[in-house]
Design a protein around this ligand. Structure first.
Ligand code: CP
Ligand code: NVA
Length: 329
């Protein structure tokens, strides 16, 4: 019997395939109950703290709605509204929050920060995105893939874009853990870190997964189930990196040709937010500077029948609810 009571959720590296499946099954159950209007609010009297040192729409709303659904109170701390890191160390913050809350979410910069919080908090700590990993996004993605295809094992996922950062790293780990075939299809400067590839190859040897790194779009996207991409420039990175990213990653834009090469049954996924049109401030700025009106994905693919990005976004809430329900004591 799997029990994750008291456990933190910092990266999928810390979880076995069975534990990940347990969280996916719990999320599916909680989703079904929510759809049927059956309340699951047995966490009344408990409270969670949400620390956001970077902005968010999906992750913040997912934690807040999930906490309310579970009957809990929740307190949101934004980068300017708390003392964290400026006037108070992470260790001191962790001990204060740990004495008032039953769980703490952290979104921010280095993974070492969320690890430090975990070390001192004495309550479960959940990673809501760091530079290195985005594990709650992985649960939503796995649930969405499982809902769409009916299974995970043996499915082929190709990630295009910056594969050295939180999304590329996390998808490679998630696929390796769940017996899926992962391809990073990008410029070799953006291949994932070698040590992490090695670690994932070890997971893969236990699960039947494979890891492939390729610069060849035709080969990397041929006959795969999922084409996945993310923004080319992540939160916290300086604007100066745009020029080089556009130069190196434009060949890896997800467009109609890529989806056709993947095949009729393939789906398009993206953690969101996405730059697929000129309806955003950053999208406009990039257009004015570089003349590109669509970046990592074309509007045509984003809005196509093959795109399952909004089902994926909804699943953030159900999976985050499962993480809190499974880990809070
Ligand atoms: N995918 C994701 O984490 O979205 P937010 O940045 O809006 O939370
Ligand atoms: N790589 C992106 C993911 C956003 C959910 C970022 O870190 O900004």
């Amino acid at each position: 019997m799997v029990s994750l009571k008291g456990r933190s959720f910092l990266t999928l590296k810390d979880f076995t395939p069975e534990e990940i499946t347990y969280l996916l099954d719990l999320a599916a159950e909680l989703k079904e109950k929510k759809k049927k209007g059956i309340p699951v609010d047995d966490f009344r009297g408990k409270n969670v703290a949400l620390i956001f040192e970077k902005t968010s729409t999906r992750t913040r709303c997912s934690f807040e709605v999930a906490a309310h659904d579970l009957g809990m109170g929740c307190t949101y701390l934004d980068p300017s509204g708390s003392q964290i890191g400026k006037k108070e160390s992470i260790a001191d913050t962790a001990r204060v929050l740990g004495s008032m809350f039953e769980g703490i979410e952290y979104r921010g910069f280095e993974q070492s920060i969320v690890e430090e919080l975990d070390k001192y908090a004495n309550v479960p700590v959940w990673n809501g995105l760091t530079n290195e990993y985005h594990p709650t996004q992985m649960l939503a993605d796995l649930l969405t893939i499982r809902e769409h295809f009916g299974d995970l094992k043996g499915r082929k996922l190709t990630y295009m874009g910056d594969a050295r950062y939180n999304m590329g790293n996390s998808l490679m780990i998630a696929c390796a853990k769940m017996g899926m075939h992962f391809t990073a299809c990008t410029n070799k400067e953006y291949f994932p870190d070698e040590a992490l590839v090695k670690q994932c190859e070890e997971y893969a040897s236990q699960t039947g997964a494979t890891i492939r790194l390729t610069e060849d779009v035709e080969e990397g996207t041929k006959d795969v189930d999922v084409i996945y991409t993310d923004v080319w420039v992540s939160m916290g990175e300086p604007d100066e990196v745009w020029a080089k990213r556009i130069e190196k990653l434009s060949p890896y834009q997800v467009n109609k040709a890529v989806m056709e090469n993947a095949g009729e049954g393939a789906v398009f996924m993206h953690c969101l937010p996405a730059y697929h049109d000129l309806k955003t401030k950053v999208g406009q700025e990039v257009y004015e500077k570089f003349g590109l009106s669509e970046l990592e994905v074309t509007d045509e693919v984003f809005e196509s029948e093959q795109s399952i990005v909004f089902a994926e976004a909804e699943n953030r809430m159900h999976t985050i609810k499962a993480v809190m329900a499974a880990t809070i004591q």
